[in-house]
Design a binder for this molecule. Sequence first.
Ligand SMILES: Cc1cc2nc3c(=O)[nH]c(=O)nc-3n(C[C@H](O)[C@H](O)[C@H](O)COP(=O)(O)OP(=O)(O)OC[C@H]3O[C@@H](n4cnc5c(N)ncnc54)[C@H](O)[C@@H]3O)c2cc1C
Ligand code: FES
Length: 350
Amino acid sequence: MVISGARVRDHGFHRLRIRRVEPETAEASSFVLDVPADLRRAFAYEAGQFCTFRVWIDHTPHLRCYSMSSSPDADVELAVTVKRVPGGLVSNRMLDTLTAGDEVEVTCPAGVFCLDPRDDADVVAFAAGSGITPVFSLVKTALTATERRVRLLYANRDRDAVIFRSELEGLAEWYASRLEVVHRYDVEDGFVDGAAVASFAGDGVDAAFYLCGPTPFMDIVEGTLAQRGVAPARVHVERFAPADAGLSPTAGDGAGATQVTIELDGREGTTEHHPGTTILQVARQLGLPAPFSCESGSCATCMARLVEGTVEMYVNNALTDDEVAEGWVLTCQSVPTSPSVHVVYGYEEG
Ligand SMILES: Cc1cc2nc3c(=O)[nH]c(=O)nc-3n(C[C@H](O)[C@H](O)[C@H](O)COP(=O)(O)OP(=O)(O)OC[C@H]3O[C@@H](n4cnc5c(N)ncnc54)[C@H](O)[C@@H]3O)c2cc1C
Ligand code: FES
């Protein structure tokens, strides 16, 4: 089946050269990428978006998303910042081997963790560790391209782990009346808890909240904001790692058997659905190499078109309303809700 439609995302990988590698801390470096003139339009991005990188290790491709730490409004160059994950396959490979002049395989920017141009409320951001990356981009854009006030609570293990410390200090000085940055260090202040979140959030339930960090941190911030009456629509989250909660083991447990048909790269398979299994997992059962990265509904790497039946999508922090209306689903978050479901993965190589 051929997927058509003007809004199909360009999921193809483009080869970009690394212009510079800038060490940020002992564990994190920024990769400044050269975007050639013929790809500038394709690589135009919004603050808070990410690119998916394809990194080959032992002849096997691994897909990982990295958010732009640069801002399209404040920076000329496009940069991502990668932090080492203990035992992590791709982050360590990138940090240990990539140097200026090397090429990387990257998709065009994507993601919905962005500022709403119609919103002029204060931006209140909570970031921890590498979660600062998209938040730093958002902060720079909010300060340079809007009049919005910005408050950032930034949690790290200790002072040495703080990425972009001097840049944030410079911004706080330059935009003294519009930017407040509060650092928290686990070793000095303890982990961020509900009281710290409540105290930093203040009474401003109408602010636009942006959250990015490890799952326990996100859970505490999200839970505390909800308790304080902040509407879910005011809270924007970017999850780097799958949420612990996962899908209910009975998710998709309808009456009677459900048949799932999946098409990918000219291959097709059909099987009976086991309750609690996502469409992505069904693809794996069928031996189809379905693309994925975050498995938490944040990156859209796993998106496919639903051409028959219905699904329930548990988390969607990646697809736009238009894409959902066109039938795109995040297969890592979708379980069937009709007796027969048919999805088509429609990647286009660049
Ligand atoms: C939308 C999006 C944007 C992202 N942006 C960035 C970014 O700007 N900078 C950045 O450094 N990372 C970012 N990530 C995370 C990144 O994609 C990888 O998940 C991360 O680098 C780990 O990959 P790995 O191959 O090194 O580890 P893996 O080999 O995949 O995982 C090794 C172990 O670490 C755990 N793990 C995976 N990710 C994390 C994590 N982030 N923190 C702690 N433990 C983890 C896994 O559960 C596993 O147990 C982003 C993720 C998403 C979905
Ligand atoms: S793999 Fe990232 S949204 Fe499904």
